[in-house]
Write a protein that binds this ligand. Sequence first.
Ligand SMILES: Nc1nc2c(c(=O)[nH]1)N[C@H]1C(S)=C(S)[C@@H](COP(=O)(O)O)O[C@H]1N2
Ligand SMILES: [Mo]
Length: 525
Amino acid sequence: MGKRNKATRRQDLHGLGFGALAGVISAGVLFAIAEFMSAFFGSASSPLTSVGSTFIDFTPAWMKNFAIATFGTNDKFVLLLSMGIVAAALSAVAGIVARKKFAAGATMVVAFAVVMAACIITRSGASIADVFPLLLGTVGGILALRFLRQDTSRSASTTTNTPTSTEQTPSRRTFLVRSALVAGAAVVVGFGGTVINGARNTALAVRATLKLPAPKTTAPALPTGVQAPVEGVTPFVTPNDDFYRIDTALAVPDIDPAKWQLRVHGMVEEEFTIGFDELLAQDLIESYVTLTCVSNVVGGNLAGNAKWLGYPLREVLARAKPTAGADMVLSTSIDGFSASTPLPVLQDDRDAILAVGMNGEPLPLEHGFPVRMVVPGLYGFVSATKWVVDLEVTTFAQSAGYWTSRGWNSHGPIKTASRVEVPRALGRVPAGAVPIGGSAWAQTKGISKVEIQIDDGAWQEATLAAEASVDTWRQWSYIWDNAPAGTHKVRVRAYDADGTIQIQDQAPPEPDGSTGWHSITFNVT
Ligand SMILES: Nc1nc2c(c(=O)[nH]1)N[C@H]1C(S)=C(S)[C@@H](COP(=O)(O)O)O[C@H]1N2
Ligand SMILES: [Mo]
């Protein structure tokens, strides 16, 4: 009797494991089929993208902040990974339930699918047809669950009668073989979907051959010496591939420039829409602007500097003629993201543009192809809308941008910041003359002075590298002669062109940008 109980219990455990595995594999089938089909229906129909995007939209500010601070631009990977873990857990439960009561397990799968369908159809730009891939996937997933269940149940019932190992083995082997087959098929289908998705990407294909016109006004040549003479300092111009990327878009929007249109409307005398060719036919300007993310922590790297090509927003607004009382422009992306930009900022003489080019190329897809906004002096979340398709002239009282309605500030001017880049934090450097260097920024004003403090010594003026423009960051350097061996600390602070010193009080990014003087510790050996 005791022996039999033990065998039954072990059998139950195996059954649980089989059930869980069958559940997870079936979920894999569901997602593989859905993702494969979404290659044909468009990314709005991808359950992974829609569920993830919905999750991002409901993410509280503190959590987004935490995710970006902790994982930086890997935040999307971490999100997908966590989603994967949750999906695996839920589907394991469904698989276990299905073992005993197939209908109940299948009902759970349907319930998950209904929740995912709700995520899909509530995304901006989605239609009811976008649930079709999910529907097919769900059918496939339930069939897989059924297929993988028969053998586990048979093995369970056989063993209750006569629990001998010879009878369990073939059934278990059948289950494992079937599992491997189904899982393999799911991987092939899922991978195939990814490949087809890439091949069907219009934006990628068009961008590859797109020739942008020359600017009417070129950016002044970079003065010599914009790069501080210290090895390891960030490149003054950030290569496109290294440019930080922050957005809520799990799937990068695929926009065909031939179909792109920007609608300008709201509190204006002249509503109009402008297409891509018409935009390119305007007098384009080129300028260096350093973009900064409000989520950047003190010393962080969510900032990048590029040469942008585009059409001034003040010209767009001059054509639209805002009416009295308007104080904000709400720019909206094709994927529903929006930003609230103070109207006067887009009308003054700074180079706020509808950008089409970045460092001599069309915008990379991740950075807003074919058109995005670039506004010197404002954090990205209130100004730098990528994949922009709509400008509504309105008021702060009437409307709010995506992050503004999620606890962040509405206006978002960039705060003066500076950071130490060399030596690396916790790095080791040889004794003697130790080069120290970094970047500082105060967009629209410019940096007038940078000071550093070694250990608890007196503040000393660093050497400023050449200034390209008040809208770009500025590098600085300092040679510490005769640095003695040991652990040392270096602190930095910057002054803007008005002579205003960078805020010393430590504050986190939320709600309107971090403050504090950056310091690092390093070892002289
Ligand atoms: N469509 C869209 N545009 C967006 C965002 C977004 O989530 N979606 N994020 C903004 C934020 S918070 C920043 S900091 C900048 C970053 O631009 P980048 O990814 O090109 O560096 O884009 C802005 N534009
Ligand atoms: Mo940002």
